[in-house]
Design a protein around this ligand. Structure first.
Ligand SMILES: [Zn+2]
Length: 233
């Protein structure tokens, strides 16, 4: 079991990430369009209810976008070696979340044709939405090529200590764990992929050994120091 070379997402994972990023962009474009519409048409005392409805819709779009974006980053992470790109790629959801509301907040607060009450209600709802979109869009535990490489090495080490062949593990299409045994109850009868632990990461970003398989492996794996004792006696 050699030390893993630097993690690289598979072409399949990259393709899926690209697709997710396109949908994320689409959601953000719609959010921005909604904001422009709200600024142009809905900042008035008479349309306050519709302005609030628009804020909720924009918030849903912004959060949808950043959720898809973060999912894509987990399939195809950035490298910490390029700090600017790393920051922008991982925090784009927060940036877009704030941008989806900041102009609107400023336009509401600076509007001279609405009452103070409307200003207070619309302004505070939009500001809360901006903070919510910013926080949910931020990635507080951003994935990176380096982190993945390190974690794969840790997983390989752990597998080694359990006598699991790290080049021969199983995972199903829907699952998010890998399995040491293809007859594990969780994957019985499912279509399985088979390959190394590293490949399970490259294809799906799978990061964890199934608990049942872990127990089973721990039971059957006699620690090497105990084995030595048995052999020498
Ligand atoms: Zn299992």
């Amino acid at each position: 079991m050699s030390e893993t070379k630097e993690f690289q997402a598979s072409p399949e994972a990259k393709g899926k990430a690209k697709q997710l990023r396109i949908f994320a962009m689409l959601a953000w474009v719609l959010a921005m369009a909604g904001q422009v519409f709200a600024i142009l048409k809905l900042i008035s005392d008479e349309t306050l209810i519709w302005l609030i409805v628009a804020i909720v819709v924009i918030l849903i779009l912004a959060i949808t976008g950043s959720t898809l974006w973060k999912k894509a980053n987990r399939l195809d992470p950035a490298s910490e070696k390029e700090p600017t790109r790393f920051f922008i790629q991982n925090q784009l959801g927060a940036i877009m979340g704030v941008l989806a509301f900041l102009p609107m907040v400023l336009m509401i607060l600076s509007n001279k044709n609405i009452s103070g009450k409307t200003k207070g209600i619309a302004g505070s709802i939009a500001a809360v939405a901006m903070v919510a979109a910013g926080i949910t869009g931020a990635d507080f535990n951003p994935p990176s090529v380096e982190k993945y490489t390190e974690e794969i090495n840790q997983q390989n080490e752990a597998a080694k200590s359990l006598n699991i062949d790290s080049d021969n593990v199983y995972w199903s299409k829907a699952g998010n764990k890998y399995h040491a045994f293809d007859n594990c109850q969780y994957i019985k009868g499912k279509a399985l992929s088979n390959g190394s632990i590293e490949e399970s990461w490259e294809q799906k970003g799978i990061s964890e050994l199934c608990k049942v398989c872990k127990k089973k492996a721990a039971k059957s794996a006699i620690p090497s120091d105990v084995k030595e004792l048995i052999e020498t006696e």
